[in-house]
Design a protein around this ligand. Sequence first.
Ligand SMILES: [Ca+2]
Ligand SMILES: [Ca+2]
Ligand SMILES: [Ca+2]
Length: 318
Amino acid sequence: MILVGAACGDDGNTSASDTTTGTTDQPTSTEPTSTTTTTDNPTTTTTTDETTTTTTGEPETTTPTTSTTTGVMPGDCAAPADDADEDGDTIANKDDNCRCDANPNQLDFDGNSVGNVCDAPLTFTIADGAPPEFNKLDSTASAKMGIGCEFPVSLVATGGDVQVTLDDEGTAKVFAASLNFADTPELTCEIPLILTVKLVIQQLVITGVDPFAVGFPFTVSDHNAGTLTGMMDMVHNILVNGILNITESSNEALAMPGESPLEDVPGSFPAGTINVANAGEQITLDFASDDHIVFQQTTMGGLEITLTGLTGKIRLRQ
Ligand SMILES: [Ca+2]
Ligand SMILES: [Ca+2]
Ligand SMILES: [Ca+2]
């Protein structure tokens, strides 16, 4: 859907908030707002859930969005609207909401007259003005060097987006395109008689590797519109990028290097729940795992940092 692309670009711009260096790629977002960040920027009209923006009223009416493209249906299909059945799904081309891909159930979750199978992925971005209890993942980091220590970490999501695809059987798959997190304040823990670890996690970005399935315990017809509530079926892989900045050691001989880049460090999200509400306008990722290992990284000095857990919600909107 075209709305998705536009919204995604705008939110990517604001989401960077205070990061000085362009952390992610997103080259397009530089021109209008540059440094205005998260204030209610008057120029852009994308703040849908604020109060009275012009675009709030039902972004998707029933048919007009696709009516402009007369002959060709989405999905790169040039089959004419005739009585033939191009994809053999028993639905004639003229009635088929996805002419070149078999979708006998004709499911259309977002009601845009294009079948799920032909829809572009639903893209959800970090919700504007989400309350603090959202967009925060609490976790625990540990530092090990023979003996270990632990300290709590609160990761605050500041941007990014997640995509959801639905098929004609009611199966959903979720893909974490990117999730950006604010830098953590300094975290300190002491490994007795060895060193004091002062750690700051900077420019943390989590990216999905593969879409992961979400199971919805309903019938197929329940997937056609409305609210979906499902469960991430299994732990799924992510990639972690960022910087572990270890700022101080109490033992000169074991002083750590100043920075330890995290670059494509394999990690994984714990299984959790997922909610897609209001015909796909909003999605909430709910993580609840106290002991799951998200990622591990060993610094040049041999100090192993482990991030475990992840409990909290990330709420996104389309
Ligand atoms: Ca057909
Ligand atoms: Ca079809
Ligand atoms: Ca659709």
